[in-house]
Design a binder for this molecule. Sequence first.
Ligand code: MEV
Length: 335
Amino acid sequence: MTTACAPGKVILFGEHAVVYGRPAIAVPVTQVRARAVVEDARSGHGLVIRALDLNLQHRFGTAVATDAPVYALEATVRHTLEWLGVETVPDLTLTLSSTVPIARGLGSGAAVATAIVRALAQHFGHSPTSRDVSDLVYQTEIIHHGTPSGIDNSVVAFEKPVYFVTGEPIQVLRVQQPFWLVVGDTGIASPTKIAVADVRRGWREHPDKYEALFKRIAAITVRAREAIAAGGIAMLGELMDENQELLEEMGVSSPELERLIDASRTAGAIGAKLCGAGRGGNMIALAESEKTRAIADRVREAGAANVIVSVVGATDRKSRRASTKESPPHDLGSP
Ligand code: MEV
């Protein structure tokens, strides 16, 4: 039996603009995880994919509609077996489970695909690099998102804070001073594909407006990288607020997101914004460690379906313990 896991992620700066060649910053969120378990099966069994969250079982190689959730899972397995040079369908059971909520901006598709790639590779005695895993998962991201920038597969596969520009080598960020994030879920599913397509429509209709927004977001992201490297937490908060304003102008925010963002600011967040594709999904608030609980409580009172507290850049055990999973989105067993 081989087991592999992969974390969720949040985008700190630059979502959407990153699809248009601008930089973005993302960090892994290890409080939520996807898990893949590969088990040998009797001869003639074939390869069976069991997705516990989706309550489905699928025999690899049998017909599947391109819009069915299992399509991306089957494609991930196929790409990985091809990459591994496995030519005949192996007799295996692949069991998938995840605590990363689906379509909430936390990278659930990339997390599940990364866990699949790692588990299958390990099972066949390979040790792919993070770059190999990321490249394979990017193929799945195309199925999920249409025109992905590649940031989700990168941050999830590398499992490090990253500064990302499509087509350029990943830059792993140096975090001078750890900082805390309160991540609040609106409870509203918002498929990335739809928000990205809407932004593209807006960009086609009003190219000057959208290019100007992307340019300002890019400048914020560059300054945020400097703030992270210098430990400038107050500056980071200001930049988050500025990024949120531009995302609102872009039309990807929502009243539900803004309610949680306002609640976090009232409770003392240093800055806050939506994270990921927007419209629904999650928001993030930057917090001093001693204020995380008050902010989490206020965000929950404002209607959050779930709240996670996560720390970025901490290496000591005490700080890591400060990260909590407050109430699992769907608890399918501890990864
Ligand atoms: C999705 O996590 C982030 C977006 O910028 C899309 C992408 O980068 O592919 C909205």
